[in-house]
Design a protein. Structure first.
Length: 69
């Protein structure tokens, strides 16, 4: 399922990153890699704050939709 459907506060394992090559590279630089753990902290106004690798990152719903957990 896409990250946009994940429950808040529950750790999820990243299964796959979709999208164009440049999008995948951008997400990889932020720490979103296959096998990594990501937790949704909050969702507000089409944006998500997620916890990945001991840091918090804000991403849009379109970007979060490319991250499959």
């Amino acid at each position: 399922m896409p990250l946009t459907m994940a429950a808040t506060g529950v750790p999820n394992i990243i299964r796959r990153i979709g999208g164009k090559e440049e999008t995948r590279k951008f997400l990889e630089k932020l720490g979103f890699v296959t096998g990594g753990t990501v937790t949704v902290v909050s969702m507000a106004g089409g944006n998500m704050i997620v916890s990945i690798k001991d840091s918090r990152v804000a991403i849009g719903k379109d970007m979060a939709g490319k991250i499959l957990v």
